[in-house]
Write a protein that binds this ligand. Structure first.
Ligand code: CUA
Length: 480
Protein backbone atom coordinates (compact mmCIF):
# COMPACT_ATOMS: atom_id res chain seq x y z
CA UNK A 1 0.00 0.00 0.00
CA UNK A 2 1.41 3.34 -1.03
CA UNK A 3 0.75 6.45 1.02
CA UNK A 4 1.73 9.95 -0.03
CA UNK A 5 2.73 12.20 2.84
CA UNK A 6 0.81 15.23 1.46
CA UNK A 7 2.04 18.32 3.35
CA UNK A 8 5.80 18.51 3.86
CA UNK A 9 7.33 18.87 7.31
CA UNK A 10 10.63 18.01 9.02
CA UNK A 11 10.66 14.19 9.08
CA UNK A 12 10.12 12.39 12.37
CA UNK A 13 7.90 15.19 13.74
CA UNK A 14 11.02 17.32 14.30
CA UNK A 15 10.99 21.08 14.57
CA UNK A 16 12.52 23.48 12.05
CA UNK A 17 11.50 27.07 11.26
CA UNK A 18 9.80 27.71 7.94
CA UNK A 19 12.82 29.80 6.88
CA UNK A 20 14.66 26.45 6.57
CA UNK A 21 11.95 24.90 4.41
CA UNK A 22 14.18 23.92 1.48
CA UNK A 23 16.87 22.32 3.66
CA UNK A 24 14.97 20.81 6.57
CA UNK A 25 11.45 20.12 5.35
CA UNK A 26 10.79 16.95 3.39
CA UNK A 27 8.06 15.08 1.62
CA UNK A 28 7.87 11.30 1.70
CA UNK A 29 5.98 8.33 0.38
CA UNK A 30 5.46 5.30 2.60
CA UNK A 31 5.34 1.74 1.25
CA UNK A 32 3.31 -0.37 3.65
CA UNK A 33 3.72 -4.14 3.33
CA UNK A 34 0.33 -5.81 3.22
CA UNK A 35 0.19 -9.36 4.55
CA UNK A 36 -2.57 -11.02 2.52
CA UNK A 37 -2.67 -14.10 4.78
CA UNK A 38 -3.27 -12.04 7.90
CA UNK A 39 -5.24 -9.28 6.22
CA UNK A 40 -3.01 -6.82 8.07
CA UNK A 41 -0.23 -4.32 7.45
CA UNK A 42 3.18 -5.66 8.46
CA UNK A 43 5.10 -2.64 9.70
CA UNK A 44 8.32 -4.64 10.10
CA UNK A 45 8.56 -4.93 6.29
CA UNK A 46 7.41 -1.35 5.56
CA UNK A 47 9.59 1.62 4.66
CA UNK A 48 9.44 5.19 3.38
CA UNK A 49 11.34 7.14 0.74
CA UNK A 50 12.53 10.65 1.54
CA UNK A 51 11.43 13.21 -1.06
CA UNK A 52 11.83 16.93 -1.69
CA UNK A 53 9.36 19.16 0.11
CA UNK A 54 6.87 19.02 -2.72
CA UNK A 55 3.49 17.87 -1.56
CA UNK A 56 3.18 14.23 -2.65
CA UNK A 57 -0.48 13.50 -3.22
CA UNK A 58 -2.26 10.51 -4.77
CA UNK A 59 -0.47 7.45 -6.12
CA UNK A 60 -1.41 4.50 -8.29
CA UNK A 61 0.43 1.24 -8.73
CA UNK A 62 1.45 -0.11 -12.10
CA UNK A 63 0.01 -3.38 -13.35
CA UNK A 64 0.95 -6.00 -15.96
CA UNK A 65 3.81 -4.37 -17.94
CA UNK A 66 4.22 -1.61 -15.34
CA UNK A 67 3.96 -3.93 -12.33
CA UNK A 68 6.68 -3.03 -9.84
CA UNK A 69 6.33 0.70 -10.45
CA UNK A 70 4.32 3.34 -8.64
CA UNK A 71 3.26 6.78 -9.86
CA UNK A 72 2.49 9.64 -7.48
CA UNK A 73 1.36 13.19 -8.13
CA UNK A 74 2.66 16.23 -6.35
CA UNK A 75 1.60 19.82 -5.95
CA UNK A 76 3.42 22.83 -4.59
CA UNK A 77 6.72 22.08 -6.28
CA UNK A 78 6.97 25.88 -5.91
CA UNK A 79 7.66 25.12 -2.24
CA UNK A 80 5.39 27.91 -1.09
CA UNK A 81 5.25 28.21 2.70
CA UNK A 82 2.22 30.48 3.06
CA UNK A 83 2.14 33.27 5.63
CA UNK A 84 -0.17 35.79 3.98
CA UNK A 85 -0.18 37.65 7.31
CA UNK A 86 3.56 38.30 6.81
CA UNK A 87 3.13 39.60 3.28
CA UNK A 88 3.76 36.27 1.51
CA UNK A 89 1.46 34.93 -1.19
CA UNK A 90 -1.33 32.82 0.32
CA UNK A 91 -0.83 29.06 -0.06
CA UNK A 92 -3.40 28.62 -2.80
CA UNK A 93 -1.65 31.23 -4.97
CA UNK A 94 1.94 30.43 -4.02
CA UNK A 95 1.45 26.72 -4.62
CA UNK A 96 0.07 27.18 -8.13
CA UNK A 97 2.49 29.64 -9.75
CA UNK A 98 4.29 27.15 -11.99
CA UNK A 99 2.76 25.62 -15.09
CA UNK A 100 3.89 22.18 -14.04
CA UNK A 101 4.46 20.05 -10.96
CA UNK A 102 6.17 16.65 -10.88
CA UNK A 103 4.86 13.17 -11.45
CA UNK A 104 6.98 11.00 -9.13
CA UNK A 105 7.92 7.68 -10.70
CA UNK A 106 9.14 4.92 -8.36
CA UNK A 107 10.62 1.54 -9.07
CA UNK A 108 9.24 0.05 -5.85
CA UNK A 109 10.57 -3.46 -6.47
CA UNK A 110 14.06 -2.01 -6.57
CA UNK A 111 13.26 0.10 -3.50
CA UNK A 112 12.22 -3.07 -1.68
CA UNK A 113 15.58 -4.69 -2.55
CA UNK A 114 17.44 -1.61 -1.33
CA UNK A 115 15.42 -1.66 1.89
CA UNK A 116 16.10 -5.38 2.42
CA UNK A 117 19.82 -4.74 1.82
CA UNK A 118 19.72 -2.31 4.74
CA UNK A 119 20.52 0.80 2.71
CA UNK A 120 18.30 3.14 4.71
CA UNK A 121 18.35 5.58 7.61
CA UNK A 122 16.14 5.13 10.63
CA UNK A 123 14.03 8.11 11.62
CA UNK A 124 12.03 7.64 14.83
CA UNK A 125 12.22 3.83 14.46
CA UNK A 126 11.01 3.95 10.85
CA UNK A 127 13.27 3.01 7.91
CA UNK A 128 13.63 5.78 5.33
CA UNK A 129 15.53 5.51 2.03
CA UNK A 130 17.23 8.86 1.45
CA UNK A 131 16.79 10.91 -1.74
CA UNK A 132 20.50 10.33 -2.45
CA UNK A 133 20.18 6.55 -2.22
CA UNK A 134 16.93 6.58 -4.21
CA UNK A 135 18.64 8.48 -7.04
CA UNK A 136 21.84 6.38 -6.96
CA UNK A 137 19.87 3.13 -7.03
CA UNK A 138 17.58 4.21 -9.89
CA UNK A 139 14.47 4.09 -7.72
CA UNK A 140 13.15 7.62 -8.28
CA UNK A 141 12.44 9.79 -11.34
CA UNK A 142 10.30 12.85 -11.97
CA UNK A 143 8.36 14.06 -15.01
CA UNK A 144 6.60 17.41 -15.41
CA UNK A 145 2.80 17.28 -15.15
CA UNK A 146 0.20 20.03 -15.61
CA UNK A 147 -0.08 22.26 -12.57
CA UNK A 148 -1.65 21.13 -9.31
CA UNK A 149 -2.78 17.68 -10.44
CA UNK A 150 -4.88 15.36 -8.32
CA UNK A 151 -5.56 11.94 -9.80
CA UNK A 152 -3.11 9.58 -11.44
CA UNK A 153 -4.76 6.45 -12.77
CA UNK A 154 -3.08 3.59 -14.61
CA UNK A 155 -5.02 2.13 -17.57
CA UNK A 156 -6.23 -1.50 -17.41
CA UNK A 157 -3.35 -2.74 -19.59
CA UNK A 158 -0.80 -0.97 -17.38
CA UNK A 159 0.66 0.87 -20.38
CA UNK A 160 -0.53 4.42 -19.67
CA UNK A 161 -0.70 6.73 -16.65
CA UNK A 162 -3.52 9.28 -16.84
CA UNK A 163 -2.92 12.45 -14.85
CA UNK A 164 -5.68 14.99 -14.32
CA UNK A 165 -4.53 18.50 -13.47
CA UNK A 166 -7.37 20.26 -11.70
CA UNK A 167 -6.21 23.70 -12.90
CA UNK A 168 -5.72 22.44 -16.45
CA UNK A 169 -8.61 21.39 -18.72
CA UNK A 170 -6.66 18.40 -20.09
CA UNK A 171 -5.82 14.93 -18.95
CA UNK A 172 -2.20 14.12 -19.69
CA UNK A 173 -1.42 10.56 -20.70
CA UNK A 174 2.08 9.18 -20.06
CA UNK A 175 3.38 6.10 -21.82
CA UNK A 176 5.12 3.54 -19.61
CA UNK A 177 7.14 2.42 -22.62
CA UNK A 178 8.32 5.99 -23.24
CA UNK A 179 9.14 6.44 -19.54
CA UNK A 180 11.33 3.34 -19.68
CA UNK A 181 13.06 4.52 -22.85
CA UNK A 182 13.73 7.96 -21.36
CA UNK A 183 15.17 6.34 -18.23
CA UNK A 184 17.41 4.04 -20.32
CA UNK A 185 18.56 6.99 -22.47
CA UNK A 186 19.52 8.84 -19.26
CA UNK A 187 18.42 12.02 -21.00
CA UNK A 188 17.37 14.27 -18.18
CA UNK A 189 17.97 17.39 -16.17
CA UNK A 190 17.85 17.31 -12.41
CA UNK A 191 15.77 19.22 -9.90
CA UNK A 192 17.31 21.10 -6.95
CA UNK A 193 17.66 17.82 -5.03
CA UNK A 194 19.50 15.95 -7.78
CA UNK A 195 16.54 13.88 -8.95
CA UNK A 196 16.31 13.12 -12.71
CA UNK A 197 13.50 15.01 -14.46
CA UNK A 198 12.44 13.26 -17.68
CA UNK A 199 11.43 15.65 -20.50
CA UNK A 200 7.65 15.84 -20.82
CA UNK A 201 7.70 15.61 -24.61
CA UNK A 202 9.68 12.35 -24.42
CA UNK A 203 7.27 10.58 -22.06
CA UNK A 204 3.88 12.04 -22.99
CA UNK A 205 1.59 9.94 -25.18
CA UNK A 206 -1.31 12.38 -25.57
CA UNK A 207 -3.31 15.15 -23.97
CA UNK A 208 -7.09 15.29 -24.19
CA UNK A 209 -9.04 18.45 -23.45
CA UNK A 210 -12.04 17.48 -21.34
CA UNK A 211 -13.30 20.55 -19.52
CA UNK A 212 -12.89 22.33 -16.21
CA UNK A 213 -11.45 20.72 -13.11
CA UNK A 214 -10.59 17.15 -14.17
CA UNK A 215 -9.78 15.04 -11.09
CA UNK A 216 -10.00 11.25 -11.31
CA UNK A 217 -10.24 8.67 -14.09
CA UNK A 218 -11.73 5.16 -14.23
CA UNK A 219 -12.15 2.71 -17.10
CA UNK A 220 -14.66 0.34 -18.71
CA UNK A 221 -14.31 -2.78 -20.86
CA UNK A 222 -14.81 -0.98 -24.19
CA UNK A 223 -11.72 1.17 -24.23
CA UNK A 224 -13.32 4.25 -22.70
CA UNK A 225 -12.04 6.31 -19.84
CA UNK A 226 -14.29 8.33 -17.53
CA UNK A 227 -12.95 11.43 -15.84
CA UNK A 228 -14.67 13.46 -13.15
CA UNK A 229 -14.85 17.21 -13.87
CA UNK A 230 -15.25 19.02 -10.57
CA UNK A 231 -15.88 22.54 -11.89
CA UNK A 232 -17.98 21.49 -14.87
CA UNK A 233 -20.04 19.11 -12.67
CA UNK A 234 -19.80 16.48 -15.36
CA UNK A 235 -18.37 13.09 -16.24
CA UNK A 236 -16.33 13.03 -19.44
CA UNK A 237 -16.15 9.88 -21.52
CA UNK A 238 -13.11 9.71 -23.77
CA UNK A 239 -11.31 7.11 -25.82
CA UNK A 240 -8.11 5.29 -25.00
CA UNK A 241 -5.52 4.62 -27.67
CA UNK A 242 -2.86 1.93 -27.88
CA UNK A 243 -4.33 -1.59 -27.84
CA UNK A 244 -7.72 -0.12 -26.86
CA UNK A 245 -8.10 1.77 -30.15
CA UNK A 246 -9.86 -1.19 -31.81
CA UNK A 247 -12.45 -1.56 -29.06
CA UNK A 248 -14.44 1.59 -29.81
CA UNK A 249 -15.54 3.22 -33.09
CA UNK A 250 -14.07 6.66 -32.34
CA UNK A 251 -10.60 8.13 -32.78
CA UNK A 252 -8.19 7.36 -29.94
CA UNK A 253 -7.52 10.02 -27.31
CA UNK A 254 -10.68 12.02 -28.01
CA UNK A 255 -13.52 13.35 -25.91
CA UNK A 256 -16.70 11.51 -26.88
CA UNK A 257 -19.35 12.71 -24.46
CA UNK A 258 -20.03 14.61 -21.26
CA UNK A 259 -22.91 13.98 -18.91
CA UNK A 260 -23.90 16.55 -16.26
CA UNK A 261 -23.96 15.32 -12.66
CA UNK A 262 -25.41 17.03 -9.57
CA UNK A 263 -23.07 18.53 -8.41
CA UNK A 264 -19.30 19.02 -8.21
CA UNK A 265 -18.14 15.48 -8.64
CA UNK A 266 -14.92 14.49 -6.88
CA UNK A 267 -14.13 10.82 -6.94
CA UNK A 268 -15.63 8.43 -9.43
CA UNK A 269 -15.84 4.67 -9.51
CA UNK A 270 -16.57 2.16 -12.26
CA UNK A 271 -17.37 -1.53 -11.87
CA UNK A 272 -13.90 -3.02 -11.24
CA UNK A 273 -12.83 0.08 -13.14
CA UNK A 274 -9.27 0.30 -11.85
CA UNK A 275 -8.40 -3.37 -12.38
CA UNK A 276 -6.91 -5.17 -15.39
CA UNK A 277 -10.42 -6.33 -16.37
CA UNK A 278 -13.05 -3.62 -15.88
CA UNK A 279 -16.63 -4.85 -15.98
CA UNK A 280 -18.26 -1.94 -17.83
CA UNK A 281 -21.98 -1.24 -17.35
CA UNK A 282 -21.87 1.24 -14.47
CA UNK A 283 -20.08 4.30 -13.18
CA UNK A 284 -20.88 6.02 -9.88
CA UNK A 285 -20.32 9.77 -9.59
CA UNK A 286 -19.34 10.65 -6.02
CA UNK A 287 -20.61 14.21 -5.92
CA UNK A 288 -19.51 16.55 -3.14
CA UNK A 289 -22.45 18.93 -3.37
CA UNK A 290 -26.14 17.94 -3.26
CA UNK A 291 -27.78 21.44 -3.26
CA UNK A 292 -31.33 20.92 -4.59
CA UNK A 293 -31.48 17.14 -5.00
CA UNK A 294 -33.05 16.31 -1.64
CA UNK A 295 -35.46 17.84 0.89
CA UNK A 296 -33.66 20.47 2.94
CA UNK A 297 -33.39 19.23 6.53
CA UNK A 298 -30.73 21.70 7.66
CA UNK A 299 -27.37 23.19 6.73
CA UNK A 300 -25.39 19.91 6.55
CA UNK A 301 -26.19 18.25 3.25
CA UNK A 302 -25.42 14.67 2.26
CA UNK A 303 -23.02 13.68 -0.46
CA UNK A 304 -24.90 12.64 -3.58
CA UNK A 305 -23.91 9.42 -5.30
CA UNK A 306 -25.30 9.07 -8.79
CA UNK A 307 -25.43 5.81 -10.68
CA UNK A 308 -24.67 6.23 -14.37
CA UNK A 309 -25.56 3.64 -16.98
CA UNK A 310 -22.60 3.45 -19.38
CA UNK A 311 -23.61 0.28 -21.16
CA UNK A 312 -23.85 2.06 -24.51
CA UNK A 313 -21.22 3.50 -26.75
CA UNK A 314 -20.89 7.13 -27.84
CA UNK A 315 -22.77 9.90 -26.06
CA UNK A 316 -25.48 7.62 -24.70
CA UNK A 317 -24.90 7.78 -20.93
CA UNK A 318 -27.71 8.19 -18.41
CA UNK A 319 -27.98 9.08 -14.73
CA UNK A 320 -30.37 6.45 -13.39
CA UNK A 321 -30.30 6.91 -9.61
CA UNK A 322 -29.47 9.47 -6.91
CA UNK A 323 -28.47 8.25 -3.46
CA UNK A 324 -27.80 10.55 -0.49
CA UNK A 325 -24.80 9.43 1.57
CA UNK A 326 -24.66 10.86 5.08
CA UNK A 327 -20.95 10.24 5.42
CA UNK A 328 -18.48 13.02 4.69
CA UNK A 329 -16.41 12.87 1.52
CA UNK A 330 -16.02 9.24 0.51
CA UNK A 331 -12.78 8.65 -1.41
CA UNK A 332 -11.63 5.85 -3.69
CA UNK A 333 -14.79 3.81 -3.52
CA UNK A 334 -14.50 0.39 -5.14
CA UNK A 335 -17.29 -1.39 -6.99
CA UNK A 336 -16.66 -5.14 -7.20
CA UNK A 337 -18.75 -8.07 -8.34
CA UNK A 338 -20.84 -9.50 -5.51
CA UNK A 339 -19.57 -13.06 -6.04
CA UNK A 340 -16.09 -11.91 -5.06
CA UNK A 341 -17.35 -11.35 -1.50
CA UNK A 342 -17.42 -14.31 0.84
CA UNK A 343 -18.05 -12.75 4.24
CA UNK A 344 -18.80 -14.46 7.55
CA UNK A 345 -22.37 -14.49 8.79
CA UNK A 346 -21.23 -14.67 12.41
CA UNK A 347 -17.74 -14.60 13.89
CA UNK A 348 -16.03 -18.00 13.45
CA UNK A 349 -16.00 -18.86 17.14
CA UNK A 350 -17.59 -17.50 20.29
CA UNK A 351 -15.37 -14.92 21.98
CA UNK A 352 -13.81 -13.65 18.75
CA UNK A 353 -11.76 -10.47 18.98
CA UNK A 354 -12.08 -8.73 15.58
CA UNK A 355 -8.86 -6.77 16.13
CA UNK A 356 -6.62 -9.77 16.78
CA UNK A 357 -8.71 -12.12 14.61
CA UNK A 358 -8.57 -14.79 17.32
CA UNK A 359 -10.46 -15.85 20.43
CA UNK A 360 -9.95 -13.37 23.24
CA UNK A 361 -8.31 -14.86 26.37
CA UNK A 362 -10.93 -12.90 28.31
CA UNK A 363 -13.94 -14.52 26.63
CA UNK A 364 -16.14 -16.64 28.91
CA UNK A 365 -18.67 -19.38 28.36
CA UNK A 366 -22.14 -19.46 30.02
CA UNK A 367 -21.72 -20.47 33.66
CA UNK A 368 -18.20 -18.97 33.87
CA UNK A 369 -19.33 -15.36 34.33
CA UNK A 370 -17.68 -13.61 37.28
CA UNK A 371 -16.59 -10.35 38.86
CA UNK A 372 -12.98 -10.43 40.10
CA UNK A 373 -11.59 -7.79 42.46
CA UNK A 374 -7.86 -7.18 42.80
CA UNK A 375 -7.30 -4.13 45.03
CA UNK A 376 -8.90 -1.20 43.24
CA UNK A 377 -9.11 -3.11 39.96
CA UNK A 378 -12.39 -4.81 39.18
CA UNK A 379 -12.71 -7.14 36.20
CA UNK A 380 -16.15 -8.11 34.94
CA UNK A 381 -16.52 -11.19 32.75
CA UNK A 382 -19.98 -11.01 31.19
CA UNK A 383 -21.97 -13.02 28.66
CA UNK A 384 -24.57 -11.48 26.39
CA UNK A 385 -27.44 -13.36 24.73
CA UNK A 386 -31.15 -12.79 23.90
CA UNK A 387 -32.26 -11.12 26.07
CA UNK A 388 -30.00 -11.27 29.07
CA UNK A 389 -26.75 -10.01 30.53
CA UNK A 390 -24.97 -12.20 33.09
CA UNK A 391 -24.34 -10.87 35.71
CA UNK A 392 -27.34 -8.56 36.14
CA UNK A 393 -25.84 -6.70 39.11
CA UNK A 394 -22.34 -5.26 39.19
CA UNK A 395 -21.54 -3.52 42.46
CA UNK A 396 -18.31 -1.61 42.94
CA UNK A 397 -16.94 1.40 44.80
CA UNK A 398 -16.30 4.89 43.54
CA UNK A 399 -12.72 5.18 42.37
CA UNK A 400 -12.42 1.58 41.27
CA UNK A 401 -10.82 0.91 37.91
CA UNK A 402 -13.17 -1.26 35.87
CA UNK A 403 -12.23 -3.65 33.07
CA UNK A 404 -15.45 -4.98 31.60
CA UNK A 405 -15.25 -7.97 29.22
CA UNK A 406 -18.33 -8.84 27.18
CA UNK A 407 -18.84 -11.99 25.13
CA UNK A 408 -21.82 -12.20 22.78
CA UNK A 409 -22.51 -15.95 22.81
CA UNK A 410 -25.10 -15.82 20.01
CA UNK A 411 -24.62 -18.02 16.92
CA UNK A 412 -27.70 -16.72 15.09
CA UNK A 413 -27.20 -14.58 11.99
CA UNK A 414 -27.83 -10.87 12.74
CA UNK A 415 -28.29 -11.41 16.51
CA UNK A 416 -26.46 -8.24 17.47
CA UNK A 417 -26.70 -6.78 20.97
CA UNK A 418 -25.72 -3.40 22.29
CA UNK A 419 -24.31 -2.49 25.69
CA UNK A 420 -24.70 1.03 26.94
CA UNK A 421 -23.90 2.94 30.13
CA UNK A 422 -24.64 6.46 28.90
CA UNK A 423 -23.44 8.27 32.06
CA UNK A 424 -20.00 6.72 31.48
CA UNK A 425 -20.11 7.40 27.75
CA UNK A 426 -20.02 3.68 26.97
CA UNK A 427 -21.85 2.25 23.98
CA UNK A 428 -20.82 -1.00 22.31
CA UNK A 429 -22.14 -3.07 19.46
CA UNK A 430 -21.54 -6.80 19.84
CA UNK A 431 -22.04 -8.89 16.74
CA UNK A 432 -22.77 -12.64 17.09
CA UNK A 433 -19.72 -14.30 18.63
CA UNK A 434 -17.88 -11.03 19.23
CA UNK A 435 -15.83 -10.22 22.31
CA UNK A 436 -15.11 -6.68 23.43
CA UNK A 437 -13.46 -5.08 26.43
CA UNK A 438 -14.17 -1.62 27.78
CA UNK A 439 -12.02 -0.07 30.50
CA UNK A 440 -12.80 2.99 32.63
CA UNK A 441 -12.47 4.65 36.02
CA UNK A 442 -15.68 4.57 38.02
CA UNK A 443 -15.33 8.12 39.29
CA UNK A 444 -19.03 9.02 39.33
CA UNK A 445 -21.06 7.43 42.15
CA UNK A 446 -24.65 6.42 41.62
CA UNK A 447 -26.86 3.75 40.17
CA UNK A 448 -26.63 3.29 36.43
CA UNK A 449 -28.60 0.96 34.21
CA UNK A 450 -26.75 -0.84 31.51
CA UNK A 451 -28.94 -1.92 28.68
CA UNK A 452 -29.13 -3.26 25.16
CA UNK A 453 -29.35 -0.77 22.31
CA UNK A 454 -30.30 -3.17 19.49
CA UNK A 455 -33.91 -4.29 19.26
CA UNK A 456 -33.05 -7.98 19.58
CA UNK A 457 -36.23 -9.73 20.74
CA UNK A 458 -39.65 -9.14 22.26
CA UNK A 459 -37.81 -8.86 25.59
CA UNK A 460 -35.25 -6.33 24.34
CA UNK A 461 -36.35 -3.65 26.82
CA UNK A 462 -35.86 -6.19 29.62
CA UNK A 463 -32.24 -6.78 28.53
CA UNK A 464 -30.72 -4.68 31.27
CA UNK A 465 -28.81 -4.69 34.56
CA UNK A 466 -27.72 -2.39 37.38
CA UNK A 467 -24.23 -0.97 37.74
CA UNK A 468 -24.03 0.27 41.34
CA UNK A 469 -21.17 2.61 42.25
CA UNK A 470 -21.07 3.19 46.00
CA UNK A 471 -19.80 6.65 46.98
CA UNK A 472 -16.36 6.38 48.57
CA UNK A 473 -16.52 6.79 52.34
CA UNK A 474 -20.26 6.20 52.40
CA UNK A 475 -21.92 4.04 55.09
CA UNK A 476 -22.75 1.45 52.48
CA UNK A 477 -19.11 1.34 51.54
CA UNK A 478 -17.81 1.26 55.15
CA UNK A 479 -20.19 -1.57 56.13
CA UNK A 480 -18.88 -3.83 53.38
CU1 CUA B 1 -30.12 -7.43 23.15
CU2 CUA B 1 -31.82 -5.84 22.66
Amino acid sequence: MVEGGQYSAPLGWDYAPLSEYNEKYRGHVTFWKFDREQGRIDQSLSFAIELPPYWQDLCDAGKLVSDGWVFCNSLNTERATGGVEKGNPPFEAGASQNDTDYLHIFNWKKAEEVFKAGKFETIKDFPVISIKTAVEEGILFLAPEPKSPHGVDVTPDGKFMVVAGKLDPHVTIYSFDKLQKAIEAKKWETDDYGIPVLPLDDVKEAQVELGLGPLHTVYDNQGYAYTSLFLDSAVARWTLGGDFADKHPEEPWTLVAKIPVQYNIGHITAAEGDTVSPDGKYVVALNKWAIDRFQNVGPLLPQNFQLIDIDNTGDNMQVIYDMPIGMGEPHYVQMIKADKLNPWEVYPEIGWDPETQSISPNAVKPGEEKVVRNGKNVEVFMTVVRSHYTPEHVEIEQGDHVIWHLTNIERAYDATHGFSIPAYNINLSLEPGEHQTVEFDADVPGVFSYYCTEFCSALHLEMTGYFLVKPSGSQASLNK
